[in-house]
Design a protein around this ligand. Structure first.
Ligand SMILES: Cc1ncc(C[n+]2csc(CCO)c2C)c(N)n1
Length: 245
């Protein structure tokens, strides 16, 4: 969509929230992420072990940079009140629940030590890590928020679309559970609320800079799921991932 400056857009917006301006200006990629066939296949438990392993091996490297970015949010937030939720999420979710999930899931999928520690990175993983590094080293709170918010809000988006019975395989089921439910929704609401609090006060140049990061992150979420889908078609897998392609 062509860019309408926030100050102009908000005049006739039904919901004038800054986060809504960012999301709408990231279409059609946003919708493509939250309705992605790979995400839908997770919700129905239909991703093959080889595909799930390739995705989670790459995602473990994503989550490493994401965790560092959470640290930058603690460092760059503008008040003690704002720092606390990042610190809490960093300690409780990112470094405990999520970490143990990755260890259990990757073990169940037969990933090796080197798959976890130093896998060959897909191009999209390299690109996503460098976007997060750029946001982290900027120590620019609104820019950091934009990247964190895309990662969490899009995941809430696909996971909350899950209908039907929860998959039996814990690898699928827990990956959905980690990204929906009241606690995760409250965390996403907090991130959006921070953007809504801070965004309108920025000057137009800075608002467009935040939008640029938000859009690039949304595009990378889409490419990340595309990467996950690019392996061998289900049913023809030799049991090995196609990461060499
Ligand atoms: C490509 C990609 N984008 C977003 C997420 C979502 N996410 C990243 S870190 C984190 C917090 C720790 O639980 C969550 C929910 C992901 N995993 N992979």
């Amino acid at each position: 969509m062509t860019t309408v400056p926030y100050a102009e857009w908000r005049r006739d917006a039904a919901n004038p929230a800054f986060s809504e301006w960012l999301r709408q200006h990231s279409e059609p990629d946003w919708e493509a992420v939250i309705s992605h066939p790979f995400a839908a296949a997770i919700t129905t438990g239909k991703v093959s072990d080889a595909d799930m392993r390739r995705y989670l091996v790459q995602d473990y490297q994503f989550v490493d940079s994401f965790t560092a970015l959470l640290g930058a949010a603690v460092a760059s937030a503008d008040s003690f009140e704002a720092r606390v939720p990042f610190g809490r999420f960093l300690g409780q979710t990112a470094t405990t629940e999520e970490k143990t999930y990755f260890h259990r899931a990757l073990a169940a999928l037969g990933a090796s030590e080197s798959d976890m520690r130093s896998p060959e990175l897909e191009q999209v993983t390299i690109d996503f890590r460098s976007l997060m590094d750029e946001a982290r080293t900027s120590l620019d709170y609104p820019v950091i928020l934009a990247v964190l918010c895309v990662a969490e809000w899009t995941y809430l988006g696909w996971a909350s679309r899950a209908t039907g019975p929860a998959p039996e395989n814990f690898v699928h089921r827990e990956w959905i559970e980690l990204h929906e439910g009241p606690e995760f929704r409250a965390w996403v609401d907090f991130l959006r609320g921070e953007l809504d609090r801070i965004g309108p006060e920025l000057d137009e140049r800075e608002q467009l800079r935040v939008l640029d990061f938000f859009r690039r992150a949304t595009r990378l979420e889409l490419e990340f799921f595309d990467m996950a889908m690019s392996g061998e078609p289900a049913g023809q897998s030799s049991g090995e991932s196609a990461s060499a392609s």
